[in-house]
Design a binder for this molecule. Structure first.
Ligand code: ZN
Length: 274
């Protein structure tokens, strides 16, 4: 759905409903959210959930995942040791931005090349990513990106947007004889106009923050470029994993990472071998 079509649809509603929606959403943003800035990129954002609520939300999902995949949990061996070693250093860096988060990483035996971090700091890594990362620095690229989604509170931001979109949709649909079907349509229009560019912006922001995090953790940020090139080859013709999703193209991603490299290199202090 293009922005133009959404705008056309909204302007066809009685204008007053749109104006009221804008005012109400504006008031809700002021009353129900707190203003803060993202780490590294210093973008202003409005978040409704507290750090403690995000930890709670992430823990619930984490426990559910661990119950479901109990048989796949890996708790010893060289792959386990590598994931713990790299995560520990990335968590220490991210913890400076989010002291209230509770960090923990779990390695699951799954062929998929994927990893994710839940709100509040719980990380899950699949063994399928390790043949692509190949070394600690590239694993730090992945973990830096995932952990950045948590410290930049991307999930909370999306929840907030969805909530406000629902409020706006209800008011606009209500401005013309309200029916549930109308509401669903308005909600879908408002949501579609916003969600894809927004999630791309979050992915890009996670790349940027993650790059600086890996450098702060003592990993050479130039390894991120090599990793993304390997990732591009590995994911040819496959469904992109979480951290490769919603990107216009890998080429573009690598280009942008190269632009952030000087900033990351300033933050880079090689760590002692461990
Ligand atoms: Zn991501």
């Amino acid at each position: 759905m293009s922005k133009k079509r959404v705008l056309g649809f909204l302007l066809a509603r009685p204008l007053i409903a749109v104006v009221i929606a804008v005012l109400v959403v504006g008031v809700l943003v002021m009353v129900q959210t707190h203003k803060q800035t993202t780490p590294v990129t210093e973008r202003t954002q409005h978040i409704g959930l507290s750090d403690a609520q995000q930890v709670q939300l992430g823990n619930q999902q984490y426990e559910k995942t661990l119950r479901q995949d109990r048989a796949a949990i890996i708790s010893s061996g060289p792959q386990y040791a590598e994931v713990q070693r790299v995560a520990k250093r990335i968590e220490a860096v991210a913890g400076r931005d989010k002291p209230a988060f509770r960090w923990r990483v779990t390695l699951l035996r799954k062929n998929e090349a994927n990893a994710y971090c839940l709100p509040g700091g719980k990380i899950v890594v699949y063994t399928g990513i390790l043949p692509v990362t190949r070394n600690d620095a590239a694993l730090a690229t992945v973990l830096g990106h995932e952990v950045a989604h948590a410290t930049a509170e991307h999930a909370a931001e999306r929840i907030e947007r969805e909530h406000l979109t629902k409020v706006a949709a209800a008011i606009i649909a209500g401005g013309v004889a309200f029916t549930p079907r109308q509401y669903v349509r308005v909600f879908a229009l408002l949501g579609a106009a916003d969600s894809l560019p927004f999630s791309r912006a979050q992915e890009s922001e996670a790349d940027h923050i993650g790059l600086v995090y890996m450098a702060r953790a003592g990993y050479d940020p130039r390894e991120a470029v090599a990793f993304w090139k390997r990732m591009r080859r590995a994911s040819k013709g496959q469904e992109p994993p979480e951290f490769a999703s919603d990107h216009p193209s890998d080429e573009h991603r690598i280009e942008r990472i190269q632009q952030w490299l000087p900033e990351a290199e300033r933050a880079y202090k090689p760590a002692r071998a461990d």
